[in-house]
Design a protein around this ligand. Structure first.
Ligand SMILES: [Zn+2]
Length: 350
């Protein structure tokens, strides 16, 4: 019996379909040049590098990831369309680009993850969970980022990572960004870009986490952000126009046209994490509606949670809750509390 001939599926025309089909190029076919002159190189499943025909030494390096959670389909589709448009010369590329489709196995299963949340496994945490289905993927995505940024310029603002997500929970601010804690000042270019991407709120972490953007900020020196871009639907059922602001801003960043004489830019409001609600035992009660939107505000002295002798009571004039979740395991975070720090943060951007 002859082997069935594989159906040809041009990688760059539909990188998502190619990746979901589990296709890989032959070793001598893993890189090439598009009609547009852009050079491409297949790095790993769902990982593709692209760079302009001629690039200067201090060219910007931008990593764009989606699908770190496998069911967050809209940004995954947008990223695949972006690859096609760059390859066909319909979107300009003036910087080095690394495209990452994150949890490919979970995408195939239309689920968030199989064993463990991939976005809690970075910065080496995967080594503590070697049996997890997601552990080798976290290690591979760390390697892909390290390799990509090893050849990147070290000039200020030359390294970017944009990790695109969608949320299940409603939000007072439909689109918001999470910035990793690095101890370094935040970049004005990043905040301006977030405003251009129609991101209306930014959450500043104050401790280190295990997300992909924390990893690239710490290990690769990238200006990194996690974007929460609104609600999620199955593949093909997304109204991609709702994500148009972020999509356009990514395309402008890659084209090198972002930040040019934009006078009516709205800077996002900024919120800083001040505390968390911790679930101590199964007696834990979160005294909020199960579907309370992210960034819902509460006044001073409001009791938000109790668990035996533990109480969480609002201490500031106003605190807002983000990512409330009473169903986590005891010992884990059941919600973050933030306060607004817009004026202070924007006055200190560099
Ligand atoms: Zn996500």
């Amino acid at each position: 019996m002859p082997m069935p001939t594989p159906i040809p599926m041009p990688m760059l025309d539909d990188f998502l379909a190619y990746t979901l089909a589990g296709m890989r190029p032959a070793a001598n076919d893993a890189q090439g040049v598009c009609a547009s002159g852009v050079r491409w190189s297949w790095v790993d499943d769902g990982v593709l590098a692209m760079e302009p025909a001629a690039s200067e030494a201090d060219v910007r390096s931008v990593m764009v990831s989606a699908g770190i959670h496998g069911d967050e389909t809209a940004p995954i589709e947008l990223l695949s369309l972006l690859v096609r448009d760059i390859a066909q010369g319909n979107a300009a590329l003036t910087c080095r680009l690394l495209v990452i489709l994150g949890n490919v196995d979970a995408m195939r299963d239309a689920c968030r993850y199989r064993d463990d949340d991939l976005n809690r496994l970075f910065s080496g945490r995967h080594q503590q969970l070697p049996a997890s289905h997601e552990a080798p993927r976290a290690a591979a995505l760390e390697q892909a980022a390290l390799q990509f940024f090893a050849r990147a310029s070290t000039a200020p603002g030359a390294r970017w990572h944009i990790d695109m997500h969608t949320a299940i929970r409603a939000s007072v601010f439909e689109r918001f960004a999470l910035l990793p804690h690095t101890g370094k000042p935040f970049s004005r270019a990043m905040f301006e870009w977030l405003g251009d991407a129609h991101i209306s709120a930014v959450l500043l972490h104050t401790t280190q986490g295990n997300t992909y953007s924390h990893f690239t900020a710490h290990a690769c020196g990238a200006d990194a952000c996690t974007l929460e871009l609104g609600k999620v639907r199955p593949f093909g059922e997304n109204d991609l126009t709702r994500f148009a602001g972020a999509d356009l801003a990514v395309r402008q960043l890659l084209a090198g046209t972002h930040g040019n004489a934009d006078t009516d830019r709205n800077m996002p409001r900024v919120f800083t994490v001040i505390d968390q609600i911790t679930k101590h035992s199964d007696a834990f009660e979160l005294l909020l509606a199960a579907d309370v939107p992210n960034f819902t505000s509460f006044a001073k002295d409001t009791l938000l949670a109790r668990d035996g002798a533990y109480r969480y009571t609002v201490r500031h004039h106003e605190e807002r809750i983000v990512f409330p979740n009473a169903t986590v395991k005891p010992g884990l975070r059941a919600g973050l509390l933030v306060i607004e720090t817009t004026a202070d943060t924007l006055s200190k951007l560099v």
